[in-house]
Structure formats: C-alpha cells, structure tokens
Design a protein. Sequence first.
Length: 167
Amino acid sequence: MAYHIYTTRGIVLSQRAIGEADRVYSILTRDFGLLRARALAVRKASSKLRGILEPFSLSSVSLVRGKDYWRLTSAELVKKIPNTASFARPLALLERLIQGEAPQPELFDTVESSAMIYHSGADLESETQLVAKILYHLGYLRESYLNLPRKELIKAINQGLQHSQLT
C-alpha cells in the first residue's frame, strides 16, 4: 500500500515520550493546523531525527497520514527558537486553545514571523503582542484591540481567555 508524504513547515510546540524510543510531537503546521505526530525510534542515539525535533524549533517536516495517527518520516531544521519563558508561554497557550486539525495559515504565519525575529532578550511587550495576535486569529480578540496600550491590551487578553473557558 502506497502512502502519500506531506511536507510542510511546522513549529514544534511540545513532545511526549512513548514507549522505549518513540515520541509524540505537537506541531503547529501551516497546511494542517495543530497535529500530533509520532516519530518512531527518535530517542535512539542513531536516529536521524534526534535533535531536529526539539520544542520551539521551526522545521520542514514530512508526514504520512496513517490509519490512526500522523507519522513523522523526516525533518529539516529551519531555525531553533530560543527557549525563553516569554515565547514558551504563548506557545503553551496556543496548544491549549486549538482543538482538532484545521489549517490556519494566518495564525501559523503570525507565529512563524514572531519566531523568526524572537531572541533571548525578548521582553514582556513581545509576549503580550504575540498572545494578543494568537487570540485574534482564534477569534477571542477583536482586531482593533491589537493597537491598545499594553495595560488595556492585557485586560482585553484576560477577557478573551475568560471567553475561551480555559481559565
């Protein structure tokens, strides 16, 4: 049986160990939205994917859709994003807010562009703006709120999070 291989850009949001050598990754992709994909034997020292699929990495990933789950077949690192709290928190929020697989290219482009310019010295202002843009793309915040002063924007973000019923 032949399988179709899909290749897309993705940002690894998190990883979870499965069994002795496998991992399941949560990956925000441009073409498929948020998906969970299994990488077989990735924790072995001889794995070609070892070190490429780390959280907060922007990668080009190749996937096969199996009967029950996605399977990672290969990946190429595009950029390693600094693992800072000011970027990890918005990505953790993003992972909690998105339910199911649905392409959201505007959201991906926003997160990707933030990742490309993010640096280890990013401040709370950058974090607030990224969270606001995520909430806007997911429908929890109005576009006009994106230009509010930081203090008012934080109030709008908190209201948007209350509407999401995650708080």
